[in-house]
Design a protein around this ligand. Structure first.
Ligand code: AMP
Ligand code: GLY
Length: 418
């Protein structure tokens, strides 16, 4: 009997997960809730919101789903894994308590302190005045983080004291984020990389390393976004650095979670900076990164269903096998993103591309055409013998996609290509 899988989410990450599952010889039927216009070509999309955890469990039960794979943090925060587990349904994703490694920066910082995981020094504040005083006493740039989920916008790296003060006011006085805590962190200098692993208790199965590009515009200019492009592998992360990151960060984090009584099942994502003293943690996420997943999973040669299933059953998984080819992806985003943007613009040329295009925010318009439906709209990926070839392939396909309201970066991979 082939397996039936439900993927929860509607972005490029979920499209890449669905795409990888569709390559598994074990997998028969794939559902995706709620999915998008691109995912609909590879899976049956079901109209259930990611936070509607009881409805998702009802669906999984009724449709004999063998395994559910969770994409977004919002579903984890709504307790999707807790609900599925309490109903005896197999799920790949952490419980709400384990997902605190992402949702609470203070929890993550305490874990790192207790288990000697390298990260920047920090101080927590709940009141504006002492926070402002502290920041003024420290060198610039100031790193200020809102402690809670803020959709990637809760981090300000301020180059001036004015900018730092505005961020503190915004987070602690104006409560536009909701009443919360702020962490002021040591600034870490060095290139960033994303290191994800499939984790099940103390079992850690590392995935290929990727690099994201957080800023909106070329040259790493403009505001922070969810990510404007990514590539894998990352040539300046040597095997030695990778092994250090695995042994000093991901394995102790997984073991620490077990020791704390909140064992982690799912993808543990380390957002790391390679400092002069070695890799240090900027943040943990409790899920696949987006857009990193769209360049990592196409390189996976192992059967992803086996990896997910082993983890969901608490078993160690076989080491994953990877293609030597490089994969690089460019995000096409709606003008205005990460601020306000328009939706509903028609996208043409999607059938003319050669590589894989993962849909991040699309839907079918009333005439049945693919249209923009989000800030980040498409992740156009290219593959090649090296990153330069992968970049050329991706940019070739970017040129073929026509939509008047989309913009993109042209320099994805710049740190590796220069
Ligand atoms: P985050 O949302 O935590 O990934 O942070 C967004 C971006 O802010 C990161 O990708 C980094 O570029 C930057 N950042 C966060 N924390 C630090 C830090 N301690 N030192 C330097 N840059 C940081
Ligand atoms: N690309 C960063 C993230 O998924 O949080």
């Amino acid at each position: 009997m082939k397996k039936t899988v439900l993927v929860i989410g509607s972005g490029g990450r979920e499209h890449a997960i669905v795409d990888a599952l569709s390559r598994s010889p074990q997998v028969g039927k794939i559902y995706c809730a709620p999915g998008n216009a691109g995912i609909a070509k590879q899976a049956e999309c079901v109209d259930i919101k990611v936070e509607a955890v009881e409805a998702l469990a009802d669906f999984a039960e009724k449709n004999d789903v063998d395994l559910t794979v969770v994409g977004p943090e919002a579903a984890l925060a709504a307790g999707v894994a807790d609900t599925f587990l309490s109903r005896g349904l197999k799920i790949f994703g952490p419980t709400k308590a384990a997902a605190m490694i992402e949702s609470s920066k203070e929890f993550a910082k305490r874990l790192m302190e207790k288990y000697s995981i390298p990260t920047g020094a920090y101080v927590t504040f709940t009141d504006y005045a002492p926070a402002a005083e502290y920041v003024k006493s420290r060198p610039l740039p100031a790193v200020i983080k809102y402690d809670g989920l803020a959709a990637g916008k809760g981090v300000v790296v301020a180059a001036t004291y004015e900018e730092a003060d505005a961020a503190l006011r915004d987070m602690l006085l104006d409560a536009s984020f909701g009443k919360g805590k702020v962490i002021v962190e040591e600034f870490l200098a060095g290139p960033e990389f994303s290191f994800m692993a499939i984790v099940s208790g103390e079992n850690v199965c590392p995935l290929a390393i990727a690099q994201d590009h957080k800023r909106a515009f070329d040259g790493d200019k403009g505001p922070n976004t969810g990510g404007m492009g990514a590539y894998s592998p990352v040539p300046f992360i040597t095997d030695e650095i990778r092994d250090r990151a695995l042994n000093e960060v991901l394995i102790p984090a997984a073991k620490g979670m077990v020791a704390e009584g909140v064992p982690f099942t799912g993808v543990l994502y380390g957002g790391l900076i390679l400092t002069a003293d070695g890799p240090k943690v900027i943040e943990f996420n409790a899920r696949f990164g987006d857009p990193e997943t769209e360049v990592v999973l196409p390189r996976l040669e192992s059967d992803i269903y086996s990896l997910f299933e082993a983890a969901a059953e608490g078993k160690p998984c076989e080491p994953a096998r990877w293609s030597d080819e490089a994969c690089l992806g460019v995000v096409l985003a709606s003008e205005g993103y990460p601020g306000a943007y328009a939706k509903g613009a028609r996208i043409e040329g999607l059938d003319d591309v050669e590589g894989r295009v993962y849909h991040m925010g699309t839907k079918l318009d009333p005439e049945g055409n693919v249209a923009t439906a989000g800030g980040r709209v498409l992740m156009v990926t290219g593959r090649g013998a090296d990153l330069r070839a992968a970049h050329a392939a991706a940019m070739n396909d970017v040129e073929r996609i026509k939509c008047p309201t989309l913009f993109h970066r042209t320099d994805i991979g710049r740190q590796a290509l220069s």
